[in-house]
Design a protein around this ligand. Structure first.
Ligand SMILES: [Zn+2]
Length: 203
């Protein structure tokens, strides 16, 4: 599982649920936002690295995983809508109906079904086909996972990292987990220490 965390693996060793990993393709370094889906190739790469997190990785195994500008735009719009929905869930606010509609629309953009593959007389197998291209299907699966995560009990364990400058979300696997990464925990402790010193010094 850990090998799927190529992006930011040194900063975020914890593997998050698929929707959270996808939402975290927008990160921040020293106050500047960093776009993790900067090109169709980056989208393809992200999907390949995270395919083990998909509930149904069949279509993602194929060489057909080819993204174009249209799918990249679709991915970013879905990602941004998902970020706002997660933030609303974390902050217990009513989300924008447009974001809900967009995730629901993406959820239904592709359907899949199992097919029998039988080339060896003794070893029949199964594959899956889908109604859309592999990238659109993958985005549809992310949207479905998002619906389940946000609407289920696990949604109550979603958190925004409150470390200075961090824009990532995380799933609180452990009750004591307070940050997206140990690096953010250290930065937050340093910032608190500095703030206390400034107060103590009368600054
Ligand atoms: Zn963080």
């Amino acid at each position: 599982m850990a090998k799927s965390l190529v992006t930011n693996s040194s900063r975020r060793p914890q593997v998050e649920p698929l929707p959270v990993e996808f939402a975290n393709t927008l990160s921040a370094v020293r106050g500047c936002l960093v776009e993790g889906l900067g090109s169709p190739a980056e989208l393809e790469s992200w999907l390949r690295r995270h395919r083990d997190l998909f509930p149904e990785p069949g279509p993602l195994r194929k060489d057909e995983l080819r993204a174009g500008e249209q799918q990249l735009a679709h991915a970013r719009v879905l990602r941004d809508a998902l970020r706002r929905l997660i933030a609303a869930r974390v902050d217990r606010k009513v989300p924008d109906p447009w974001d809900i509609a967009h995730v629901n629309r993406a959820s239904g953009m592709s359907q899949s079904w199992p097919v029998l593959v039988w080339r060896d007389a003794h070893a029949p197998g199964a594959d899956s086909l889908c109604t859309a291209d592999a990238v659109t299907h993958a985005l549809s699966l992310i949207a479905r996972s998002s619906v389940l995560l946000l609407s289920g009990e696990q949604g109550a364990l979603l958190r925004s990292c409150r470390a200075p400058g961090c824009v990532l979300f995380f799933y609180r696997h452990h009750p004591r987990r307070a940050w997206c990464s140990s690096g953010c925990g250290n930065r937050a402790r340093v910032a608190r220490h500095h703030a206390r010193r400034c107060v103590g010094d009368g600054k």
